[in-house]
Design a protein around this ligand. Sequence first.
Ligand code: APR
Length: 320
Amino acid sequence: MARPKIALIGAGQIGGTLAHLAALKELGDVVLFDIAEGTPEGKALDIAESGPSEGFDAHLKGTQDYADIAGADVCIVTAGVPRKPGMSRDDLLGINLKVMKAVGEGIKTNAPDAFVICITNPLDAMVWALQKFSGLPAEKVCGMAGVLDSARFRHFLSLEFGVSMKDVTAFVLGGHGDTMVPCARYSTVAGIPLPDLVKMGWTTQEKLDAIIQRTRDGGAEIVGLLKTGSAFYAPATSAIEMAEAYLKDQKRVLPSAAYCSGELGVKDMYVGVPTVIGAGGIERIVNIKLNKDEQEMFDKSVEAVKGLVEACKGIDESLA
Ligand code: APR
């Protein structure tokens, strides 16, 4: 049986890390596509040359030709311009919308059966536009944000509690931005919800609030440290987790930016919600009931995403 084919649209910092991880995990053969000549070819060759030492079997190819992504099972999209220090995700909107149009058309023509995971920011608006531009079924197009945001939350919580990250679960909803909603009562250490851990004296409400704020600012914290470019190791790892769930039909319950048609009160928009990812793509949205405070925060987050979607419609008439 032929190996699955993974197309990476954008061969920058995240794209290269995605290629390396996909090869190391033997998820399939990898095609790196980028408009920058030499970059995808160089990264493909460099990673392929790590194969003998690592002992993986995967073919890697770099290209500037969309025809090379033909028949891809998974497309992970990072094409675009990353955030620079001081730049908000929203500043990126106009530039990256044009990129999504080109990428959407490339996927529509060459890989219409793929499961598409978008990473390009501002995420919730870009994945919405990418689905429209590509015309792929909504359940086959999603965005990666929640896995990363909850990984950051889990990491900070594990440091606070002095326990393994493996035993910390976290639940983050809403848009991938300053309004994201980390849900404390659905986040646990080995099943014990965070509010109970506060009562048990494991931490204080103040410390928990600070961790939630650090999670919200997680992307900006890395941008501030790196100074040139944004995070790439954890974003790539998060997207690979989603791709693996699809390729291996794992039915993982992972937060994704998914197309909502009424779930959690959201219509015709992509926003971070709990989903089940398997061979059908986004097979289910877990339609949880939020309490009053969570609903208020979620609504605020949805409003922020709605503003970006409306701005996209203003920039490109074909989306209106
Ligand atoms: N088609 C294909 N590739 C493109 C296009 C396009 N139209 N426009 C730009 N690119 C490529 C660039 O040449 C570059 O190699 O996209 C790549 C982006 O890589 P980086 O600049 O290294 O950005 P990266 O850190 O990988 O982040 C990519 O993910 O998290 C988000 O905000 C981040 O939107 C950004 C994206």
